[in-house]
Structure formats: structure tokens, C-alpha cells
Design a protein around this ligand. Structure first.
Ligand SMILES: Cc1cc2nc3c(=O)[nH]c(=O)nc-3n(C[C@H](O)[C@H](O)[C@H](O)COP(=O)(O)OP(=O)(O)OC[C@H]3O[C@@H](n4cnc5c(N)ncnc54)[C@H](O)[C@@H]3O)c2cc1C
Length: 396
């Protein structure tokens, strides 16, 4: 596939009537500003997700059968733009974008009925247990084992860098059911109750002082065989499932969010009288061009889905563009604010409760999570440029 061919695809025009209805709903039911106390944020977000679900405004790309909206792409674009504009909280955990497409595609009917709606409604937070201390980019070397005993697996091992791990109720995990040397041929996809005996979650403190991640230990954890998705030893193929719709919607949501963030930074620079500085203007022009490219590339991802049924390599390009952009915009913001930009949020002179400094610290990890920049570059090299496959990585 070539980038030129994807760029030819036109994206349908958004629908104004749907936008108006959604805007009215968001005005009527907006949850307000997030609570200051971090302990109140989880129930507050869950309350909002339940409101969305109960009013039929959750899961824009999900099948209706599982509580979703099953929207067309044009409507999904409107949906993501309006959600970004309203600044309402997004989904909790990582299940919605990663586990749900796998369950929709490979789960049994009983599994779908049991897991999907409560995940979408935010009743249960799903977290991803893939990475291990010695298995990140090279995930097929993972060592957490699941030994079969009758109609149960006994799971032992450790996961690390689990986003939202401390809030997790359910872990969708890759575990080794084959021999130690079986690599991707001996991996299964298990759904593990995070509150089961033998599961220990230890939050990890990050650069911002928060606990975004956790490490999770499994010590003889018993998991029903019925909670395996797909066949035994077929988990690697399953883990690679994602609905192109979800990826495209995610890229669009980020494009819409960063459009708003850039406008807010411009307003801040204007208030501080910095927009007359030619060097500052130059940086803004660069970011403006990039935020538009991000949007066009997200549309191109959707165009690819409409034309061929899959997102194609444009989604890897999206991630590269977005992760570099979000690091650069925060770095620029901290430069722009000078010493005040380095103050912690409890300092009286802190600018906008240190959001730019926190963003600067938080986005250091953007080029690592969900596949490092180097791995994404490999994907682009192989899938877009047609270069030879990296011999150190498992076959695609
Ligand atoms: C914000 C964030 C959220 C995350 N959330 C989760 C989560 O919810 N669940 C989960 O399971 N994991 C999660 N992770 C873990 C993440 O998937 C891994 O950190 C990532 O895959 C890299 O693995 P690693 O840290 O072991 O680094 P390594 O794989 O050890 O990589 C170290 C360095 O070597 C480079 N490298 C490795 N292999 C190659 C290659 N073949 N070619 C070129 N360069 C290479 C890498 O790019 C990197 O610079 C998260 C990480 C972050 C930062």
C-alpha cells in the first residue's frame, strides 16, 4: 500500500443534526469539573460513564447488541470532536480500546454478554497485563505461566507497567500455556479477576508523583478455563486484534484534543503578551501545521477503513506524529512560561495549576507506551516502505 493511494479517499461530511443532539445532551448532563480529591475521581468518572451508557451515548463504534451506538464513521468523527470540546472524561482503564475488539471478534456469545456491557458502562475497570520485566518490545518472550488443572488454570508470574493497574477490576493478560521456548506459539489470552486470591497489585510512582502504573504479581491464581478467550496457545493472534474503527476514533479524539490544547496555549501566550515575539509565532506556526497534519492523517486512517476495511499503516504514522507533537507542545509551553512554568501546582504563582509542567513530565512516556517510537518506525519501515522485516522481532 502507498500513502498516496490512502490520501485519495474522501471522508464523509459530518452530520449537523446529530451534532446538535449530542451537544444538547452534553450540556444537560455535563459532569462538571473533576473533583480535586484524587480518591473521588474514580467514582465521579464511573458515574459519568454510566450516564453516557444509560442514555445510549456510549461506545460510538460498538455494536448495539452490547450497548454501543454502532455509528457511521462520519458520526464517530462528530462524536469524538464533541466529547473533546465538552472536556468530559474518557473511558476508564484500557479495556475498551484493546480487550473489547478481541472479545467482540473471538469471544463466545456468553463471554460477550457477561463482559462487554459492564466494561462499556464503566462498572468494571479493565487493565492490560501484557508487559513483563523482561518482555516489553519483545513480548513473545513473556514468562507468566498458566498451568492447566482440570477446568482451571493456575497462574504464576509478574506483569509490569499496567496502566490504571491500581483501579483495575479485571486484567486481560497474555500468559504462557506452551513450553518456555514456544514464544508466540505458546501464549493464551486470559481474563483474570484482579481481586482473586493470589493477585497482588503494587502501584508504581511516576515522574508526576502520581500512580498511573502498577506492577501485578500472580501467585497460584486460579482462573476458570471458561475465562480464556479463543483457543489455548492462540493468544498471540488474538492480542493483535484491534478494530480499525477504534484506532481511527482514538486518533481522531487525540487530534481534536490537541487542536483544543494548542488553542488554549495560544490564548495563554496572548494574555501574557508573548504572541508578538517572532520566535514564539514561529513555534506556533509549526505546531499549527502539525496539529492539522495529525487531523488529516486521522481522516486518512478512516479513509483507509472505508476503502479497504482496515486502518493500514496510517495508524502507525498517526502515533508517531501525535507522540512527537504532544512532547513538543508541552516542552514549548514550559519554555514559554519561563521559571513560573516550573512551579508545582501547590505554589501560589503556579500557572494554570501546573498543567503544562505536568503535561511535560507525563508525555516523556508517550514515546514508550503502546510500542516505542523505534518499534513504530520499524512498522512504518516494513509496512509502508516495504523494507525487510526486523530479524529480532516475531513474524507479523
Ligand atoms: C505510558 C505507558 C503505559 C503503558 N501501559 C501498559 C499497559 O497498560 N500494559 C502493559 O502490558 N504494558 C504497558 N506499558 C509497557 C510498554 O508496552 C513497554 O514499556 C514497551 O512495550 C517497551 O518495553 P520495555 O519498557 O520493556 O522496553 P524494551 O523493549 O526493553 O526497549 C528498550 C529500548 O530498546 C528499543 N528496542 C527494543 N527492541 C527494538 C528493536 N527490535 N528495534 C529497535 N529498537 C528496539 C526500544 O525502542 C527502547 O528504546 C506502558 C508503558 C508506558 C510508558
Amino acid at each position: 500500500m502507498t500513502l498516496e493511494r490512502e490520501a485519495d479517499v474522501t471522508v464523509p461530511e459530518p452530520d449537523d443534526a446529530f451534532r446538535a443532539r449530542l451537544r444538547e445532551f452534553l450540556t444537560l448532563h455535563h459532569p462538571g469539573r473533576p473533583p480535586k480529591d484524587p480518591r473521588e475521581r474514580l467514582p465521579w468518572t464511573k458515574g459519568w460513564l454510566a450516564t453516557l451508557f444509560d442514555h445510549g451515548y456510549a461506545g460510538p463504534s460498538w455494536p448495539r447488541e452490547f450497548g454501543g451506538m454502532e455509528l457511521s464513521f462520519a458520526h464517530q468523527m462528530v462524536y469524538t470532536e464533541e466529547m473533546a470540546r465538552a472536556r468530559v472524561p474518557g473511558p476508564l482503564g484500557t479495556g475498551l480500546n484493546i480487550a473489547a475488539p478481541t472479545i467482540i471478534k473471538y469471544g463466545s456469545q456468553q463471554q460477550k454478554e457477561r463482559w462487554l456491557a459492564p466494561m462499556l458502562r464503566g462498572d468494571l475497570v479493565w487493565v492490560q497485563g501484557y508487559s513483563e520485566p523482561e518482555a516489553g518490545s519483545d513480548l513473545p518472550s513473556l514468562r507468566t505461566t498458566a498451568r492447566r488443572e482440570g477446568d482451571e488454570y493456575v497462574v504464576n508470574g509478574q506483569k509490569v507497567w499496567t496502566s490504571h493497574g491500581a483501579d483495575g477490576d479485571v486484567i486481560f493478560a497474555l500468559v504462557r500455556t506452551g513450553t518456555r521456548e514456544s514464544r508466540q506459539k505458546g501464549i493464551s489470552y486470559l481474563i483474570i479477576d484482579a481481586h482473586a486470591p493470589g493477585v497482588q497489585v503494587r502501584p508504581l510512582r511516576d515522574l508526576t508523583g502520581g500512580h498511573l502504573f502498577a506492577e501485578i504479581f500472580f501467585d497460584d491464581v486460579r482462573v476458570p478455563v471458561a475465562d480464556r478467550v479463543g483457543d489455548e496457545n492462540d493468544g498471540w493472534r488474538l492480542a493483535r486484534t484491534s478494530l480499525g474503527h477504534e484506532r481511527a476514533a482514538g486518533a481522531l479524539l487525540q487530534a481534536a484534543n490537541y487542536r483544543r490544547v494548542l488553542t488554549e496555549l495560544e490564548e495563554l501566550a496572548r494574555e501574557r503578551g508573548q504572541l508578538t515575539d517572532p520566535l514564539v509565532r514561529d513555534r506556533f506556526v509549526d505546531l499549527e501545521i502539525r496539529v492539522r497534519i495529525i487531523r488529516f492523517n486521522a481522516e486518512r486512517t478512516i479513509g483507509g477503513i472505508l476503502a479497504r476495511g482496515d486502518a493500514g499503516a496510517a495508524s502507525s504514522v498517526s502515533r508517531l506524529l501525535i507522540t512527537a507533537f504532544e512532547q513538543d507542545i508541552h516542552e514549548f509551553a514550559v519554555d514559554l512560561l519561563g521559571p513560573a512554568g516550573l512551579l508545582g501546582k501547590s505554589a501560589p504563582q503556579a500557572v494554570q495549576r501546573s498543567r503544562w509542567l505536568l503535561g511535560f513530565l507525563r508525555t516523556r512516556a508517550s514515546t514508550i507506551g503502546a510500542g516505542t517510537t523505534e518499534i513504530q518506525l520499524n512498522t512504518v519501515a516494513e509496512q509502508v516502505l516495504g523494507l525487510p522485516h526486523d530479524p529480532g522481532m516475531p513474524p507479523r
